[in-house]
Design a protein around this ligand. Structure first.
Ligand SMILES: NC(=O)c1ccc[n+]([C@@H]2O[C@H](COP(=O)([O-])OP(=O)(O)OC[C@H]3O[C@@H](n4cnc5c(N)ncnc54)[C@H](OP(=O)(O)O)[C@@H]3O)[C@@H](O)[C@H]2O)c1
Length: 331
């Protein structure tokens, strides 16, 4: 069987470590694995298929012989180093925001627009985590009833802010005196309506990502999206309250039926048993969980959903590895 030499850029981070775990779990045909990070991480090792592999410092020459480079070290690192990986002949699957909105670079959620994978010119972008889970849940509904407008409020895990975000939550819970602050306010026992930086229009960049990335992934500029992105002291995944207005009339049973058969979706909606999606259940799973499915009686063709997924897996690592899987299958 053909195997592929794979580099993971940001291999010591939350997403990079998860990528290595997911490559192993899904038995991706990896020949050599090259974990890359900063000089600070040289001397560390990662475990892959029972072996300990030394982390190397990322340089322009890190990609010789690499066929697939999974990038997860932030946008500035991707902008600087992805072109070197492409020049060395690698397919780059980039988890940062660097290339998502660049014309000609596919932005892919395999359940939604896998065919875009074959239009790449060396780089494929992995969407933002909160966008991915919303798109997986909404695409099958959009295909049937055409979405006119979405109002989404997110409840995002601290893992979405990387290792430093997790560290701040635990340090505050443990009442440690000194720790590096990732968020501008305490996150333990608190809620912050602020993810990424504020833009001039009063929205955050995370909220902009949900609007523009969804339109690009769906290939539909007409969908109206109104997001509010919120950081909460959860760790297992992101949750989203999603209010949708469709153009066409739907029956609620048809929505349940459609979501039951949707790729990557699991319906968790048994109110008598208090069953609905939660981060503690979504944690370490690859699916997007949908529940609290109910008609919005305040508007025509309105629907409410509660959507939860593990942002480090389907929102990042798993989605990237799925893209690589589709690419190698058709290569
Ligand atoms: N967390 C999520 O849910 C999520 C979801 C989707 C996308 N993303 C994106 O994924 C990326 C990483 O997120 P994360 O949560 O894994 O962050 P993280 O835990 O802070 O990890 C960052 C990683 O990047 C490496 N790195 C930083 N600067 C570098 C440089 N100049 N050269 C080489 N390596 C460098 C770090 O290496 P050292 O350990 O050596 O410092 C570390 O391995 C970000 O672009 C983020 O926006 C994250």
């Amino acid at each position: 069987m053909k195997v592929f030499d794979v580099a993971v850029v940001g291999a010591t981070g939350l997403v990079g470590r998860k990528m290595i775990q997911v490559l192993e779990e899904r038995k991706f045909p990896v020949g050599k694995l090259r974990p890359l990070a900063t000089a600070r991480s040289v001397g560390k090792t990662v475990e892959f298929n029972g072996k300990r592999i030394h982390v190397e410092e990322l340089t322009q020459n890190s990609f010789q012989g690499i066929e697939i480079a999974l990038f997860s070290a932030g946008a500035s690192v991707s902008k600087e180093f992805a072109p070197h990986a492409v020049n060395a002949g690698a397919l780059v699957i980039d988890n940062s925001s660097a290339f998502r909105m660049v014309d000609g670079i596919p932005l892919v959620v395999p359940e939604v627009n896998a065919k875009e994978i074959f239009h790449h010119k060396g780089i494929i972008a992995n969407p933002n985590c909160s966008t991915i889970q919303m798109c997986v849940a909404l695409k099958p509904l959009h295909d049937k009833w055409k979405i006119r407008r979405v109002v989404v409020s997110t409840y995002q895990s601290v893992t979405g802010a990387g290792q430093k975000g997790v560290n701040q939550l635990y340090a505050e819970i443990e009442e440690e005196d000194s720790y590096e602050k990732k968020f501008p306010h305490p996150i333990a026992y608190n809620v912050l309506p602020h993810i990424d930086v504020f833009a001039d229009d009063g929205y955050t960049r995370e909220e902009h990502k949900m609007v523009f990335e969804t339109k690009k992934i769906f290939g539909d500029e007409t969908i109206k999206i109104s997001p509010t992105c919120v950081r909460v002291p959860a760790v297992g995944g992101h949750s989203e309250s999603v209010n949708v207005e469709f153009e066409k009339h739907f029956e609620l049973e048809e929505v349940f039926e459609t979501l039951h058969h949707a790729p990557g979706v699991i319906v968790q909606d048994d109110l008598k048993q208090n069953i609905y999606p939660m981060p503690i259940w979504a944690h370490e799973k690859d699916d997007v969980f949908v529940g609290r499915i109910r008609r919005d009686e305040s508007t025509k063709n309105g629907l409410n959903l509660w959507v939860v997924s593990d942002n480090l897996r389907k929102g990042a690592a798993t989605n990237a590895v799925q893209i690589a899987e589709v690419w190698i299958t058709h290569k």
